[in-house]
Design a protein around this ligand. Sequence first.
Ligand code: CTP
Length: 432
Amino acid sequence: MRIVLGVGGGIAAYKVASLLRLFTEAGHDVTVIPTEAATRFVGVATWEALSGHPVSNSVFDAVHTVNHVRLGHEAELIVVAPATADLLARAASGQADDLLTNTLLMAGDCPVLMAPAMHTEMWQHPATQANVETLRSRGVTVLEPASGRLTGADSGPGRLPEPEAIFTAAMALAGASAVRSAPAGADVEPDTGQAEAGPSVVRPLAGLTVTISAGGTREPLDPVRFLGNRSSGKQGVALAAAARDAGARVRLLAAHMEVPAPDGVELLRVETALELRKAALHAAADSDVVIMAAAVADFRPADVSGTKIKKRDDVADPVINLVRNPDILRELVEVRDAASRTQLIVGFAAETGDAGGDVLDYARDKLHRKACDLLVVNQVGRDKVFGEDTNSVVILSRTGSEPQEASGSKSDVAAAVIDRISAELSRVVPPA
Ligand code: CTP
């Protein structure tokens, strides 16, 4: 595959040398385009030696080859790392003041992945967030930066994800877009990048897009109060990491979470059930798998006060009226079926059981009502609290196959769920 690797002017540019090696060792043909600032961190000679191609950052070099047009047209994947705040801004506003931004504008349908790295304040600045949103709305995959120690004494979100995580996300994106752009019935092998990548790694979800919701929604009551729930997001985050490691392109729709999102996934933050519904329906439109691990509030306050609700001695204490939120999982299934889409939809259920039935009775009933393909059932109770690092679940299938138990760390449970999803998918589309 022909890859253009754009390198921005940040200290993390040195890590991109390892990313370049991962690409070339997997047999890809990589042209590196550093920005002017990037060459102050890592010199042109390094990129030329590692890629085996001449390296330039000017549209005025090799003018007779019209480099930016050629590179933009020929690229099958463009990866930009580190994507600095400046580079994100220039790409979002469509500037064309160097070879890399020119190439991005010439890229047409080519999948583009950007891996940002910068100080936390710069990443969280509304200007940067708006640029990221603009790029994402145009179909660019912008990874979330990793959290941890930054260049100075500061730490927080802003680190470049590890080269392996960027490599996996890039291969998943290229595979997903190859599968999507193939004519119906075409026999496309997603390029997993693993063909010549040394010891073979099993990536059963390579080429697939997986959308996962995680955490608990918060339903505002006034500017300072909300109705929430105890979900920590740990299980959803573990699922996102497991799906990523299985080679999928992962979109994480994150409601309130107590843990950071994993590297190498696309993150979209939501707050309320209604925001999650909108994001989930949008993301599901081109997802092969949707996993609803979020704890969605079933009800929201009927009225949201624009100002803080004050206690007053001269009026009665407020009564909160609730209205029902839409059932997102049920709606996802309905939309899929109406569109005759091939898509695996997985729900989660937290049950306590009561005098009317045990956990599995309620779970079977829920599977029937929600009509999803798999339901991962959690028993919750006084001794099984939210936020723990371990979990014990039963996976029920609508095809009626035997319930499957999984327990251990949330990563172990996530791996078991992803294995089960892979098995279900291979039953639908048997491997060639
Ligand atoms: N869910 C959803 N939309 C809602 C509520 C829940 O999509 N409004 C999803 C959850 O993400 C989860 C599944 O539905 O995958 C089951 O959630 P749960 O809260 O257990 O189910 P409820 O529909 O709330 O059922 P009940 O109130 O009967 O327990």
